[in-house]
Design a protein around this ligand. Structure first.
Ligand code: PEP
Ligand code: MN
Length: 339
């Protein structure tokens, strides 16, 4: 249920409403908007008391009580009509500025990472990506540098001032990864690993949740719900292509998720064209489309020498290619009303 509070009520009145919601067996999630504060009350409405009486019980504080019709509650636009913004160091994702997160698929070594970090920073990226724990299809492929990779990301962050995003693969590494990263990436293969999502949410760090390889949009939104339901409002969704019958591209990048996520949810939407198409030659064009459609950020793989990359060589753009991409994107960023 959603409980809309009246404007300018006192803290004491608000607390009384929250206490009553808890007493009735629900967990309240307070969402403060510019004009109004809204409480999402989460609990099983079949087994708990009806909350509709709250308006009569607290007439000075409660304006209305409405059911949330969707299965996802806290991520829904119904619960939070204005778009959410997420703070990542000095940056705001989901606001006017389009953010570009760029870097290698895998952290391979100091020289490789620092070279990419400096180049993507110079071209206008604000966040450095790089996998230290890699989810590889084959156990015989490079699995990532692990903690050493995290330390290199930290070094690159200190040298360039870029924020860092890296993937969390296992609950076992939650604290370690959270110590080094500004954004925790949950990969496509773990998008419905609910225990991992809960553990990641509990760090309080911003979470980027990729769409699973064969995940319906409703399932993806419900996976995101696990983050918000665990007291972490800092969630962004990331479309990275789904598995279809098509083989010209590695995956089928579903750009319809941009308007759909914007319609269904208040959380930012990020597009990853690199995993999405798996071909460096298509990355710029897919980025233009994503930006024109209103994506809040892009996640792009960049490598100094893609032919020699230890993972995902075919889809990584070169340093020059990335600088060109950023220039080519500018008119689309402006046309979308962003900076
Ligand atoms: C990646 O970003 O390199 C990656 C492994 O992504 P995904 O989980 O989307 O496959
Ligand atoms: Mn990759």
């Amino acid at each position: 249920m959603i409980i809309v509070l009246k404007p300018r009520i006192s803290k004491k009145e608000e607390r009384a409403v929250l206490d009553e919601i808890r007493k009735l067996g629900y967990t309240p999630h307070v969402m403060r908007g510019v004009a109004r504060t809204v409480i999402g009350a989460i609990g099983d409405e079949l087994t708990h008391a009806n909350l509709e009486t709250l308006a009569a019980q607290f007439p000075q504080a409660v304006e209305s009580v409405m059911p949330i019709q969707k299965r996802y509650k806290l991520v829904s636009r119904e619960a939070h009509p204005s778009a959410s913004t997420i703070r990542v160091r000095e940056h705001v994702i989901g606001g006017r500025k389009l953010h570009v997160m760029a870097g290698p698929c895998s952290v391979e070594g100091e020289k490789q990472l620092l070279t990419v970090a400096e180049a993507v920073k110079a071209a206008g990226a604000t966040v450095l990506r790089g996998g230290a724990f890699k989810p590889r299809t084959s156990p015989y492929e490079f699995q990532g540098l692990g903690e050493k990779g995290l330390k290199l990301l930290d070094k690159a962050r200190r040298m360039t001032g870029l924020a860092v995003i890296t993937e969390l693969l296992s609950e076992q590494h939650v604290e370690l990864v959270a110590e080094y990263t500004d954004i925790i990436q949950i990969g496509a293969r773990n998008a419905q690993n609910f225990q991992l999502l809960i553990a990641a949410a509990k760090t309080g760090k911003p979470i980027l949740l990729k769409r699973g390889l064969s995940m319906k949009i409703e399932e993806w939104l419900l996976a995101g719900e696990y983050v918000l339901a665990n007291e972490n409002p800092n969630l962004m969704f990331c479309e990275r292509g789904i598995r279809t019958f098509e083989t010209y591209t590695r995956n089928t990048l579903d750009l319809s998720t941009v308007p759909i996520i914007k319609h269904e949810s208040h959380c930012p939407i990020v597009i990853d064209p690199s995993q999405g198409v798996g071909r460096a030659d298509l990355v710029t064009t897919m980025c233009k489309g994503a930006v024109a459609m209103g994506a809040d950020a892009l996640l792009i793989e960049v490598h100094p020498n893609p032919a020699e990359a230890w993972s995902d060589g075919a889809q990584q753009v070169t340093l020059d290619g990335f600088a060109q991409l950023m220039r080519a994107l500018q008119p689309f960023i402006t046309a979308a009303g962003r900076e």
